[in-house]
Ligand binder design. Structure first.
Ligand SMILES: Cc1cc2nc3c(=O)[nH]c(=O)nc-3n(C[C@H](O)[C@H](O)[C@H](O)COP(=O)(O)OP(=O)(O)OC[C@H]3O[C@@H](n4cnc5c(N)ncnc54)[C@H](O)[C@@H]3O)c2cc1C
Length: 363
């Protein structure tokens, strides 16, 4: 969308349809938060991401970002609580630190262990990913992009110092530049990255709620939580019945995106998710109403890759986002358009460069 709006001739290829459920971007909601426990350097990108999501809402004429506030909780020395507080202090973000009892009083759905602390940041909330993707695609088309769904790239070749050729199951195309934003399949299309990127199975569960008022968006902020050696995230009830929760890295199952069984969710998956629900969100410890599987694509340090391939600088790789990238999609679009049209961007993407992996061969 950003590239097409800058007057470039843009072709979009996706091997599946628009907003499908085979990759990493489905499941009704995605958290967006400013208090970034991962690292304070993400906060300026997030500020711009928020602005661009709001612009997209205006252009698309529909709500895409729902503000609930965000909670980042855990023991005082946990990465989630301490990292979030550090980001708030570094960037002077509005926030409050709440002890567990105060947190439950204000947000009764939360019943965290007594010693836990939470950072409440009022700007956090969630995006509706399928609608965000559809809006971007519709506006890209309106700006002249040629969007081809159900057409997958099979092979590509970059002429040294020249153009790039992409072969699909339906044809061969030539372009000045090529952007790979192909998530879990990035290692297939750029084999040199194959050993670096780990596609990982994730499972989301929606649990029936006894006290639905306590889990309504107005009373239940999105959260990240360190509990029992795992890292959890969840949402108020929205779109479908139930309290939605997930566990980062779930059961640490490395999978092949071509062959993994997307439909299967078993007892071990549910009991892992329930182990957090029953202690920390007991008013939502009901039947499982819905599940979905999804894919993370992890880099070793869990930062992103937004860079040109050294051996083929006409080719950019912009997606493997290690399970926390959706909220950045708006600003990553702007960054890609900057890089393609001017060769540089005002955004600080130094954390996401390929050069941090000096051992990589064949790029
Ligand atoms: C369960 C789960 C929960 C998450 N929660 C959050 C959250 O709360 N907040 C957040 O910010 N992030 C979250 N994330 C992470 C975020 O959703 C991902 O980082 C992001 O969606 C990745 O987007 P992507 O474009 O890289 O991948 P995808 O959305 O998978 O897109 C890749 C696209 O490439 C296409 N493709 C692949 N190969 C080819 C080919 N050969 N030819 C043509 N097209 C091809 C695919 O069809 C696909 O459409 C979560 C992820 C999961 C799985």
């Amino acid at each position: 969308m950003h590239l097409a709006r800058r007057g470039k001739r843009v072709m979009v290829l996706d091997r599946f349809g628009v907003a499908h459920d085979h990759g990493s971007s489905h499941g009704i909601t995605r958290i967006i938060r400013l208090a970034y426990f991962e690292h304070p350097s993400y906060v300026p990108l997030l500020r711009r991401a928020f602005e661009l999501w709001r612009d997209l809402e205006v252009d698309a004429g529909e709500p895409l970002l729902h503000v609930t506030g965000s909670i980042d909780a855990g023991p005082a020395d946990s990465r989630t609580f301490a990292g979030s507080l550090h980001s708030c202090e570094t960037h002077e973000l509005a926030h409050q630190v709440l002890e567990s009892a105060a947190l439950s009083l204000r947000f009764p759905g939360f019943q965290l262990p007594a010693s836990y602390l939470g950072v409440f940041q009022p700007d956090g909330g969630f995006l509706v990913p399928e609608r965000c993707i559809t809006a971007h695609i519709a506006l890209a088309r309106a700006a002249g992009a040629d969007v081809r769904a159900h057409e997958g790239a099979i092979d590509w070749e970059a002429e040294p110092g020249g153009s790039v050729t992409v072969e699909t199951d339906l044809g061969t195309y030539e372009a000045d530049q090529l952007v790979f934003a192909c998530g879990a399949w990035a290692g297939q299309l750029v084999p040199a990255l194959g050993g670096l990127l780990v596609p990982e199975r994730q499972v989301l569960g929606w649990f029936d709620i006894a006290d639905r008022d306590a889990f309504a968006p107005a009373r239940f902020p999105v959260f990240n939580l360190d509990f029992d050696g795992e890292h959890w995230y969840g949402f108020p009830e929205f779109g479908v019945p139930g309290f939605k929760i997930g566990c980062y890295h779930h059961r640490r199952e490395r999978v092949d995106p071509e062959t993994f069984d997307r439909a299967h969710v078993g007892r071990a998956d549910i009991s892992l998710l329930r182990s957090c629900v029953e202690t920390c969100f007991p008013a939502a410890n009901g039947d499982v109403l819905m599940t979905k599987t999804c894919l993370f694509t992890n880099t070793p340090d869990e930062d992103f890759i937004i860079d040109r391939l050294p051996a083929a600088p006409q080719v950019l790789i912009v997606s493997p986002c290690s399970g926390h990238g959706f909220k950045f999609a708006s600003v990553i679009g702007e960054i890609v358009a900057d890089l393609v049209t001017t060769g540089a961007t005002r955004h600080d993407i130094s954390r996401h460069r390929l050069s941090r992996f000096p051992g990589l061969r064949g790029l």
